[in-house]
Design a protein around this ligand. Structure first.
Ligand SMILES: C[S@@+](CC[C@H](N)C(=O)[O-])C[C@H]1O[C@@H](n2cnc3c(N)ncnc32)[C@H](O)[C@@H]1O
Length: 214
């Protein structure tokens, strides 16, 4: 693990995990819902969720995949995963497995690749985001879908709001470089995936990008 990853892990070991859900679901809940509604997720799908954190995406995904589907959530923060565990227990969800691991190096034995790979608010805080992205892609089947939702640098007149969005994201490990990386990640998705759609929100500082594996 690089020093930078260690710093990010430390952020999520602090008070952040305890006070994470309320502001994040309040601010991003509607965009998450839009992204999953715009995806191909369907009943019975198997979904790999990188940087699952406290599991704020789970209810949106479960609404689509039902009880026959399965979610595997991966995150390196035990504090964030503990919050996810509480949520799973409270809601009696029995088709979610959590794994503590670094998503840039995550290795998992599978008989069958996943139908969909998801990462929201994760890639932009990972210095080695390309390793994380390609690792996620490697676990998803051909014609399967990748769903990324994240912060990004806005351009044009909206760029004036970049300092504010970076400032707000800093508490969670966000940075100018991370916001910039998102633009590169979407370019990679547009080049290497099929049928890519990108939607932008909140003065273009948040986006989701969805595409299928060729
Ligand atoms: C901003 S939170 C996003 C959580 C969730 N996806 C959401 O949208 O609420 C970022 C999460 O990424 C995790 N994370 C960051 N870098 C990671 C890495 N290299 N491997 C695994 N998890 C990582 C953190 O522990 C944290 O839980």
């Amino acid at each position: 693990m690089t020093l930078k990853s260690k710093e990010i892990e430390a952020i999520y070991r602090s008070k952040v995990a305890k006070k994470y859900d309320l502001p994040i679901s309040h601010f991003f809940g509607k965009y998450k819902k839009l992204a999953f509604n715009d995806s191909s997720l369907k009943n019975g799908d198997r979904v790999l969720v990188f940087c699952c954190g406290t599991g704020l995406d789970f209810s949106h995904i479960l609404r689509k995949i039902g009880k026959n589907g399965k979610i595997i959530g991966v995150d390196f923060s035990s504090e964030m995963l503990n919050k996810a565990k509480e949520k799973i227990k409270k809601n009696k969800w029995d088709n979610i497995e959590l794994i503590q691991a670094d998503v840039t190096k995550f290795q998992y034995k599978i008989d069958k690749k996943f139908d969909v790979g998801v990462c929201t608010l994760g890639m932009s805080i990972i210095p080695e985001y390309k390793s994380a992205y390609y690792n996620l892609v490697s676990y998803v089947k051909k014609q399967g879908e990748i769903i990324i939702g994240d912060m990004q640098l806005a351009s044009g007149w909206r760029a004036r709001l970049n300092p504010l969005s970076i400032f707000l994201a800093k508490r969670y490990g966000g940075s100018y470089k991370g916001h910039q990386n998102s633009l590169e990640l979407c370019n990679i998705m547009k080049k290497e995936l099929r049928g890519v759609k990108k939607k932008e929100f909140f003065f273009n500082s948040y986006f989701y990008c969805i595409g299928k594996i060729k």
